[in-house]
Design a protein around this ligand. Sequence first.
Ligand SMILES: *[C@@H]1O[C@H](CO)[C@@H](O)[C@H](O)[C@H]1NC(C)=O
Ligand SMILES: *[C@@H]1O[C@H](CO)[C@@H](O)[C@H](O)[C@H]1NC(C)=O
Ligand SMILES: *[C@@H]1O[C@H](CO)[C@@H](O)[C@H](O)[C@H]1NC(C)=O
Length: 891
Amino acid sequence: MENHLLLCIFLLIPAFASSDFLVAHVRNIKKRNADNDLVVNGIEIYSMKIDSKITSRFAHNVITSRAVNRGNVHKEVFFDVELPKTAFITNFSMTIDGVTYPGTIKEKEVAKKQYEKAVSKGQTAGLVKASGRKTEKFTVSVNIEAASKVTFELTYEELLKRQFGKYEMFIKVKPKQLVKDFEIEVNIFEPQGITELEAEGTFITNDLQNIIKKFFSDKKGHISFRPTLDQQRTCANCSQSVLDGDFTVRYDVKRTAPDDLQIVNGYFVHFFAPTNLPKLPKNVIFVIDISGSMSGREIEQTREALLKILDDIKEDDFFNFILFGSEVQTWKETLIKATPENLDEARKFVRGIDTAGMTNLHGGIMRGIDMLNAAHERNLVPRRSASIIIMLTDGQPNVGVSNTQEIQEHVKKAIEGKYPLYNLGFGYGVDYSFLEKMALENKGLARRIYPDSDAALQLQGFYDEVSNPMLTDIELNYPENEISDLTKNSFKHFYDGSEIVVAGRFIDNNQNHLTVDVRGEGANDALSYTTQQDAQQTDKAFQEQEYIFGDYIERLWAYLTIEQLLEKRIAATGEEKENLTAKALDLSLKYKFVTPLTSMVVTKPEDYNNQDGIADKPIEGTAQAITGVTLAPQSYLYTAHPTWYTSVDGDPHFIISVPQKEDAICFNINENPGAVLNLINDPVTGITVNGELIGDKRANSDAKIQNTYFGKLGIANKHLDLKLTVTPEKITIQNGNEKTGFTWLDSVTLQQEGLTLIINRKKNLVLSMGSSASFVIVLHQVWKKHPLHQDFLGLYTLESDKLSEQTHGLLGQFFHPIDFTILEIHPGSDPKKPDATMIVKNNELTVTRGWQKDYRRDPKHGVDIPCWFVHNNGAGLIDGVHTDYIVSSLF
Ligand SMILES: *[C@@H]1O[C@H](CO)[C@@H](O)[C@H](O)[C@H]1NC(C)=O
Ligand SMILES: *[C@@H]1O[C@H](CO)[C@@H](O)[C@H](O)[C@H]1NC(C)=O
Ligand SMILES: *[C@@H]1O[C@H](CO)[C@@H](O)[C@H](O)[C@H]1NC(C)=O
């Protein structure tokens, strides 16, 4: 349901150098030297263009970035673009000194083999992926000779969805340096005619507002944004760029009829968006998780959102709340009408919602369905009305029926397709794929609510999307004998401000006439009519459009078909799933879309960088890292989605994920039992985490390095005068002079000022302090009579953005973005574990490919995380040496 077209550009960041230094260096030079200004670490981006052509909601975007290496040594330049998750990349190429190296789209498995082959041949290769809330990042880097030029060109396509009465295109811009020729150009062609067009940028000040050129008339809309160099500067004499933020374009089209049918080259598309219909009353059941893990900010934000939602409920609507912790409670026995008195009572109820117990999701949702079914059977709600169930949970079912497969079966059987189920998953503790499958099986959708300060707004925003149903049971029927490969044509609800899109292919390629039969159920009566269109009308509408890409309706159809096949595939199993996968893959390859089933592979020819590459003259600070390094053929893969985390567990081994590389770095610290290591230290929030090492039950006299583990973790919040000590036996909280203790045999949810603590008996504990980062501590229990090993602890951090920039410590220093480059992969002493050279923090390190265990999910066996292992206690990767992190005591 994302209606955004979001794209974020951080183009061409020169590797190995902080541009801050250079910026500071040139900022105050009175008489500016144009070259100095534009060249950051040797690289000048002399042109960057974002060209967007939208035809009938189908956007075709090309990003072109051109750079030249002004230095006298070769440089690695990166091309990073963030795209909406809903967009498909369709082409990529890089052109180096006039020679173009195209990307090719391949089946993911094939692409992966090609990538692995490159790695095994000792060639460098980059697996590229990352994501934000709505975005995925595409990153490619290439090494450019002195005085050479490179052009990157990326193309992607997307169908813009209508929401709240508008199509929106959201472009996030961040070139990170001044660009001589910077331009965003958007051309819109809508055969129905354009009624409004807006463009704005979060980084655009009043001075800049009039640089956005905007114009529309009848069918065409045009927007351009071309800030000059001076307009890009943060101040008159600064070299920093103001271009850092979101650029948004919104528009809508004229609607003289509910239907717009377009026919081009044997394909058709039907846009359906009736206006001026009376609103349908709706019956909403909110099924809310109040289990212990929701305590703190989550339940506060939920209350806040529900209160706002109550303000928007209309008097004709019916509603009720069902809460589930270990037990299921309902506000009222049945759905009740949203009279002002009832709303007031509901507000009181919502304010009093508190958390309790575990997660009886099955009980909660089944109660909601039963209540809605009963309301319809007993005619307690209007016959012409739209019913929906909205469920919010932040955890996994663990009381009542907790087998997700079983829950899915019960829910599907009880709903029987009568109304959509919307599942909102709060945070990362949910089994999202279960929520998504269950929602899709029941004509709804799942949405993740990101645990952030705007969570209440996210919840409310979702409610707004579904709060104005206008029609139910919409069917758009086309003559069966004329059309094949029709996309989805029946819909449970139509919401005000949205749009239904159906596309298909004519069996007879030359057919130029189409009739459609439209049906739906409205507030007062049934909707039923027939409408038609012929190709000539579309031709006529498009005559004045010179840039139109002729196959756009065919591509729109392919896009929509693939999107729907992938969605169906989520809930499918067995042969059906295989068939859906095969079909989606086939279309992705045919139309060259990078989807979850395909990858983009960019291969540079051999020897490109070998020509005299070693003869470069070193320059200070950066040259050591590059000189003499031969970049062999590279393959890049573009795929999807990792998340960030850091952890320390076991030996103690540290794992630092590097999402943009879809990879991880790991290292061990070998110290004597009794040593206390500083893991996290944030002077601003006052949070520290230290860990004390323990050894085996007795020392192994044969081994040079003794096994050590964390036997005690101390977490303190200075500002709150709060100390938490965790050992494999007990958990102690000291709040000022007050002490509270628990053991690992307890199941506890503790909520007090500034602290949320959840102990999952014998497994792990989850801790959040104030509004700061959350930690998970995993308990490892070994066999009591084990001759050597003792119980120990692991520490995992998931979100770190709540800690300050000044956070340090063995783990904390990696809360800031880190990047690395891997060169010269070659066989190591273990044939299964190749060695390589890693460039990180301006150091050149020898690293080894290996695995470390991540025990978050499976505390017994762990999950193997492939990573680059840095030897010698993380030397060269960590700031300073590891002994710098030894502290005298736990607090
Ligand atoms: C910018 O530089 C000019 C000289 O080139 C100087 O006169 C002016 O004061 C400077 N402006 C600022 C804001 O520093
Ligand atoms: C991909 O882009 C390159 C460079 O612009 C172009 O030559 C090629 O034709 C494009 N391929 C497709 C399939 O559009
Ligand atoms: C899968 O495709 C095969 C071959 O087209 C077909 O025979 C079979 O019935 C399909 N199975 C399902 C479950 O759709």
